[in-house]
Every structure is written in C-alpha cells, then in structure tokens.
Design a protein around this ligand. Structure first.
Ligand code: FAS
Ligand code: PHB
Length: 390
C-alpha cells in the first residue's frame, strides 16, 4: 500500500487530519488499533471551542453537532455555593458548543468513509520505520496478515499511550511534565444538569464540575484521589457529594438519575519538544496532555493537525518545507498557552492537599477577582472559547 500521509490513530487528531488532507487533495490512510464501535463509544471531552466548531462546519461535518450540540454563551464559577457567571458573549462575543467527543468521532468517521477514505480498524503490531528517510513506512497486522504502507510522511496521532513517540530515538525529545495530586471521578447519568450551562464549583470539600451531553444527560465530575477506585463509590455517595459541592442549594437544583458510566481520570500536564523526528510528526495527545479543567485536550489536537495540514499543502503545492520546519514552533506557541490556562483553571479550582490555610485564602481571592474583574474574566473567556488559530 502507498499513501502520501500515513496516520496512526483514529481519534480526533487522526480523523480531522485525514479530512483536512482530503479537502486539500492529498491522500492518507488511518490505521487504528481499536474497533470502530470502541472509538465511537469512548466517552471523553465535551467542549468544542468556537473556532473548532466553525472548522467542523467548514468541512461539512458539523450538521449533527449544530442539531444535537448545545451552544453555550458562558459558564458559571461556584465559590462555596455562590455562583457567578462568566459571560463569553458579552466579554469576547464568542460561544462554545457542548457536544461529546465520541459524537465528533462518529461524525468524522462517517464523513471520511463516505469520501472513500481508508481507515483500517482493529490493527495490531503497529510499527513505524525509516523515519529519517523521505520514504518512511508503517507496518501493521490485521486479521493475521502483515501489511506495509509506504508514505511520504507519518502523522503520529496515536495518543499518550501510542507507539510513535516512544519510537523516536533517545536524546531527541525533551519531556515537560507535572502530575497533579488529584484526579476526577466522572459520571454520566440520565438526569438533567443543575444548570443549562457548565458549573465549575470550588468548594472546601473539593472541586465539582457539572456538565452535560444533552438536556437530560448529565456529565459530572468530582475531584478525588488520583488512585481512587470508582467502584468503591456507590451512586448514592456520588450524588450526595455532587450536591454538597454545589453548595446550600445543591439538594434542590441537582436531580439524580440512573448512572450509566463511572470512571476515574488521573490528571497531568505533559509536553514533548520537538513534535517531529524526520518524516514523523506528532499531533494531539501523542505530544501533549492537559488537565481537562480548561476543556482544551481535543481542541488542541485539532489545532495541531490544522497546522500540519497547512504544512503538507505548502510542501506539495509550493515545494516549500518552511511550514513543516516551523511545525513544532507553531504548535508549541498554542500548546503552552493552553497549558498555562489549564494549569490556572486547575490550581484555582481544586484543593491541593499539600496547600495550607494561606493558599486557601489566596485561592478564594483569585476566584473573587477573576469573577468580579472585567479584565480578568475577559482573559478567562478568551482562553476558554479558544484563542485564534491564524
Ligand atoms: P486519542 O487518544 O483520542 O486518539 C488516539 C487513537 O490512537 C486512539 O483511538 C487509539 O486507540 C489509537 N492508537 C493508540 N495506539 C495505537 C497504535 N499502536 N496503533 C494504532 N492506533 C493506535 N479532553 C477534554 O478537553 N475534556 C475532557 O473532559 C477530557 N476527558 C478525558 C478523559 C479521558 C479518560 C482521557 C484519556 C482523555 C480526556 N480528554 C479530555 C482528552 C482527550 O479528549 C484528548 O485530548 C483527545 O482524545 C486527543 O485526541 P487524539 O490526539 O486524537 O488522541
Ligand atoms: C465535559 O463535558 O466532559 C467537560 C466539560 C468541560 C471540562 C471538562 C470536561 O473542562
């Protein structure tokens, strides 16, 4: 098999890249270790930044998002039960769309397959080779048969636990990492959320996030120990804690329902530099991880591949390698701003067990300032809805 860009991973990064390359007239093949059903059911992110929603529209894959997604013009920040709204529309004249990542993945797969795109699901034994040549190759197995794809470029869109980053020789990459002393216990439930917008709730018992997937489907998270066993939490205990962390009116405004998904996600900030080795280019979680408090993960992945697709187009159409050579710098400029914002939101809203009473007061002052100063809430709003991708 031969293609111009071999893509490893059918997550948001790999799928979006394939669609962008097709639009520009270039060939790609995606190989994915999981089944189509698995990747389409994997519950992850929930927020699409303003520019990313526009890109989905532009690519003709935004119809279901526009029909089923929820446009939000702000968020609420709770401070021990007192909720204050950050009004994106009035501050930065932008909104976001709440629409599950697995729904985005479904739409992207549907669109790519209907274009005749090649997506090989259920592969195993993925290998990348000859990365420092101009003819890198991908090897994989499927249904017991070995396959090889000759490429001009390989996009490592295989997530944090993929094979691409570890294939880069020792000494090339520099890792930057911060691991947080807490995680999130997340649930999905058949019940209406406590507000029509997201509530990020700081509380003396710990952080709580109240999101949704539909008017009658709640997606909620509780700050917990990163090693927490979700199975040890009964539904009743989760609901009781979610109500407490909303504040005095939690019992009244949070309706319970059947919990059909429960899991713990650990939290880290992670970046590798550079994001390239020869003809292998890393994108998305393969190159960086953000704590989900800023709702940046999926959106960063889409921005990376937008920049990569532009670089590929310049290479083939104008024989210029300038954008390819500048790929890492271009991506990192956005990635580090997203890391800064995600760190800011995470440390402002979560209780760090290592902090003392001085830090609790400092956090409360930061929350008071951010939600009462026009300048500070505008800064939060412009980062939350997504910085420009020019
Ligand atoms: P992905 O991990 O989505 O996709 C990588 C793909 O590569 C996967 O399908 C994988 O099966 C495949 N793959 C891996 N190894 C392979 C191999 N050897 N061969 C072939 N294929 C291979 N972000 C938010 O913004 N908000 C959230 O609330 C949020 N919650 C999250 C919860 C969890 C449990 C996790 C893990 C992540 C969460 N994220 C969240 C971040 C998440 O949304 C990622 O940022 C997003 O999935 C990144 O997309 P990709 O880079 O495409 O990586
Ligand atoms: C979600 O809806 O899953 C979600 C929303 C906002 C976040 C993280 C997760 O910051």
């Amino acid at each position: 098999m031969r293609t111009q860009v071999g893509i490893i991973g059918a997550g948001p990064a790999g799928l979006m890249l394939s669609l962008l390359l097709h639009r520009a007239g270039f060939s790609s093949v995606i190989i994915e270790t999981r089944s189509r059903a698995y990747v389409e059911a994997r519950v992850r992110a929930g927020v699409i930044e303003h520019w990313a929603a526009g890109l989905l529209d532009e690519l003709g894959v935004g119809a279901r998002m526009r029909k089923e997604g929820l446009v939000h013009e702000g968020i609420e920040i709770g401070i021990n039960g007192e909720r204050r709204r950050i009004d994106f529309k009035s501050l930065v004249n932008k909104d976001i769309v709440v629409y599950g990542q697995h729904e985005v993945v479904k739409d992207l797969i549907q669109a790519r397959l209907s274009q005749g795109g090649g997506i090989e699901f259920d592969v195993s034994g993925t290998q990348v080779d000859r990365l420092d040549s101009d003819q890198p190759i991908i090897r994989f197995k499927k249904n017991g048969e070995s396959h090889e794809i000759a490429c001009d470029f390989i996009a490592g869109c295989d997530g944090f636990h993929g094979v691409c980053r570890p294939t880069i020789p020792a000494g090339v990459l520099t890792e930057f990492e911060r691991v947080y002393p807490f995680g999130w216990l997340g649930i999905l439930s058949e019940s209406p959320p406590p507000s029509h917008e997201l509530i990020y709730s700081y509380h003396d018992r710990g952080f709580g996030l109240y999101s949704m997937r539909a008017p009658n489907i709640t997606r909620a998270y509780l700050q917990c120990d990163p090693e927490e066993d979700a199975k040890k939490w009964s539904d009743e205990e989760v609901w009781a804690e979610l109500k407490r962390r909303l504040g005095p009116d939690g019992e009244k405004i949070l309706k319970t329902g059947r919990v059909f998904e429960k899991g713990v996600t650990a939290m880290r900030s992670f970046v590798v530099e550079p994001m390239q080795f020869g003809r292998l280019f890393l994108a998305g979680d393969a190159a960086h991880i953000v704590p989900p408090t800023g709702a940046k993960g999926m959106n960063l992945a889409i921005a990376d591949v937008l920049f990569f697709a532009r670089a590929i187009e310049a290479f083939y159409k104008s024989k210029s390698t300038a954008l390819l050579d500048g790929y890492t710098k271009k991506c990192l400029s956005r990635i580090w701003k997203a890391q800064r914002f995600s760190y800011f939101m995470t440390t402002m809203l979560h209780l760090n067990p290592k902090d003392g009473n001085f830090d609790r007061r400092r956090q409360l002052a930061e929350l008071d300032y951010v939600t009462s100063s026009k300048a500070a809430s505008t800064a939060l709003a412009e980062n939350y809805v997504g910085l420009p991708v020019d």
